[in-house]
Design a protein around this ligand. Sequence first.
Ligand SMILES: [Zn+2]
Length: 415
Amino acid sequence: MKKFINARIYGQDEADEMLVEDGNFKAVGKNLGDADEVIDLENQLVLSPYVDPHLHLDYIFSGLGEGNANISGTLFEGIQRWSDNKKTLTKEMVRERAMEGIRKEVSHGVQYIRSHVDITDPELTGMKALLEVREELKEVVTLQLVAFPQEGFFRFEGAEELLEKALDMGADVAGGIPHFEISYEHGAESLKRIVDLAVKYDVMIDIHCDENDDPNSRFLEVLNALVMEKDYGQKTTASHTCSFGSADNSYAAKMMGLFKESNINFISCPTENAHLQGRTDSYPKRRGLTRVKELLENGNTVAFAQDSIADYWYPLGNGNMMNILDNGIHLAHYTHIDEINKAFDLVTINGAKVMQVEEQYGIESDKPANFIVLDANDAYGAIRERADVLASVRNGEYLFKRAPKTNEIAHDFLK
Ligand SMILES: [Zn+2]
């Protein structure tokens, strides 16, 4: 039995100790009694691990190297460049990229990742590689894979069969990209078929939905209607929905009522979409974000995600969810201290809800003893200082532990 003491547990002011046995929390509270090993967390902030619910592990680092830059900075040039590049991709290359991407995320305190994997490839190279990685690294990270038709469900010949094959092989989630199909009708029909496939295989749905600035892009409305009718909203996520941030207020108000009925989830990728959207604007330039605060107030789950690490769509990113959170709360106008105090939800529990892992997630008795320790004493201080993750514990064991940054040399003023 192991006991962590002097923990400032996010959202649990009344508890400061965590008792761990056989990889699970045995108790969380105060004065929990003796243990074989006692670890003092020195009043540092303890969170459930970071969750990154939208990433593309098969693309990571594809944008590095001469001639690989996305010149226009648009989503569509990214898709074209990827389409050209992936013809030479091998399983080993995908594996190496994914391993490096996961290493980066885990070393920043992430323990749950949902990765889209392009299945518009007759060989399903990426999916084969990632299915092996999911199994190989399950002690380190919980990985969910989305069968994602990057080049279009209809635009890429055979995508429907490939998507179904990927679900047969063990993909966890069905994906789609309706705004990339050749007409509204094609996009809407793609959603209908993807939802039917997901229901048939009893898997979750995560759609790249309206990732554009067109206020009349309406695939979110179509997706929401389809899953509402099948009572499938809680298993469904609309990723991006940038256009909903540009939609007319009266239309948005109508949709909010329907989202409440369907219980559909949302993922916003603040750095990615601030980068990709607004490219056809002069000034004013739009932020590219969906209505994060309003959707949360509406009772829907919204999580933030990294999306890209140095790929054709986005040149930066390192898997640090604190950076995503910091950008996201600025872009979404989180200003009041009460909002900032709860902002960690966007990169922890909300992502876990989207991934439907919340029954195994959280600092509570009988759940896996998974948590991270930040170099801060409270949530507000951690966010304001963009605090580093000092330790990540999974099933009661350290994945890593590191010392806080200190000065080697310091002026008297800084001591
Ligand atoms: Zn994406």
